[in-house]
Design a protein around this ligand. Structure first.
Ligand code: FUB
Length: 324
């Protein structure tokens, strides 16, 4: 019997290997940070466990997933939680992992137990899957070190970046975008904490992410509230940054969106979260779920607006395509 084309396509689709968005649906996952190591993508998230709809953040641990095709994701459990830092109180908010010299550094914001306000710690491991342990025994950044705002939650959302010359940088912030050099050991600041001027990261809310393509630096960040993602570019990691407008609209059913950007097997990807998952509970701004869509560049190096989809992405082609 010959099937009509649409029915045949529908029957074949489950084999078509697409990661429908959101990509993880058995638990709520927020604040993606993503690295590529040995051809494998590692996805680091915070677990959302808010007990009631539209309630508040309940985030007690970070989780790790891995994939070699961006479609099939393996869960590796939770190799890090605020309880692993004796000086910290709680809240597994948005972190960032980076590899240097065979070690993996995980920068995470948490409430400080004695100083008060948010602070940033760093854990280290010999593998992207851990085990991770507190690399310092104390916070790397505390609320009393940053004075550009009066709020206690401006020291969140760290993102680390290693430049082609080997110099590592840490960016972070809420309301103000802070940055500082890191020492070669990756566990100490090397110089003063600086602030990206407001007119260079317009309406900065949080979630900075730095990447580089060719000689151009990109600083993307959450803007406004409910958040959208905007970005700026620069010839130098220290700026000045030129605002380039919006990279993404806000996320479905979530006030926050928190992006991560990687290249993998010749394509560029934009990770983010939304509130779309309805099981095991109802998704919302505090029960979020990570998604992936494509990121495309214009010939002049500016970024095309990300199209958020429910279809998600297919596995990248086996052979890298030319950079766009
Ligand atoms: O997940 C808690 C906070 O919400 C993160 O630190 C921000 O980026 C926002 O996603």
């Amino acid at each position: 019997m010959k099937l009509p084309f649409s029915l045949a396509a529908a029957l074949l689709l489950p084999c078509a290997l697409r990661a429908a968005n959101p990509i993880i649906t058995d638990v709520f996952t927020a604040d993606p940070a993503v690295i590529v190591h040995n051809d494998t993508v590692y996805l680091y998230v915070g677990q959302d466990e808010s007990p009631e709809k539209n309630s508040r953040y309940v985030m007690n641990r970070w989780l790790v997933y891995s994939s070699t095709d961006l479609v099939n994701w393996t869960a590796h459990g939770s190799p890090l939680s605020p309880a692993d830092f004796t000086w910290a109180k709680n809240d597994a908010w948005a972190g960032h992992v980076i590899e240097k010299g065979g070690k993996f550094y995980w920068y995470v914001p948490m409430n400080h137990a004695t100083i008060g306000g948010k602070s940033i710690g760093v854990a280290v491991a010999d593998s992207p899957l851990g085990p991770f342990k507190d690399a310092r025994g104390s916070a790397l950044v505390t609320n009393d070190m940053t004075k550009a705002t009066k709020i206690g939650w401006d020291d969140i959302d760290p993102t680390a970046f290693i430049d082609d010359d080997g110099q590592a940088w840490l960016f972070w912030g809420n309301q103000k975008c802070y940055y500082a050099r890191l020492k070669p050991n990756m566990t100490e600041l090397d110089g003063p904490i600086q602030v990206v001027p407001d007119d260079q990261v317009k309406n900065f809310t949080e979630a900075p992410w730095v990447h580089k393509r060719g000689n151009l630096y990109y600083l993307s960040y959450a803007t406004g509230f409910p958040e959208k993602i905007a970005y700026a570019t620069s010839d130098k990691i220290t700026g000045p940054w030129t605002p380039r407008g919006l990279l993404s609209e806000g996320a479905f059913n979530s006030n926050t969106i928190h992006q991560a950007i990687i290249d993998y097997k010749g394509q560029s990807y934009f990770f983010y979260h939304n509130g779309a998952v309805q099981h095991p509970n109802t998704g919302d701004s505090h029960r979020r779920s990570v998604c992936i869509d494509h990121l495309y560049y214009n010939p002049d190096g500016t970024l095309k607006r990300v199209l958020q989809t429910t279809e998600g992405v297919s596995p990248p082609p086996a052979r890298p395509t030319a950079p766009r």
